[in-house]
Design a protein around this ligand. Structure first.
Ligand code: SF4
Ligand code: SF4
Length: 65
């Protein structure tokens, strides 16, 4: 499931250069993940690196149904 950025994102930019798939970009109000590009960092990192670097923990993996 792709990563999701909550509205509490403070647009600090830290996650953007860390994403191996360039899946994170600035949306209308805050940064957003393109779910078609996010691969949960599989093959690059053990855990989603955007979640690891976000200073306010506002990114989560979309729960699977
Ligand atoms: S989980 Fe990985 S691939 Fe997905 S948006 Fe975050 S850094 Fe990018
Ligand atoms: S690291 Fe967190 S607070 Fe910073 S831009 Fe990314 S999602 Fe937003």
């Amino acid at each position: 499931m792709p990563a999701v950025i909550e509205v509490s994102c403070i647009n600090c930019d830290m996650c953007v250069p860390e994403c191996p798939n360039d899946a994170i970009s600035l949306g209308a109000k805050h940064y957003e993940v393109d779910p078609t590009l996010c691969t949960e960092c599989v093959g690059y990192y053990d855990k989603p690196t955007c979640i690891a670097v976000c200073p306010i923990d506002c990114i989560y993996l979309e729960p699977s149904n």
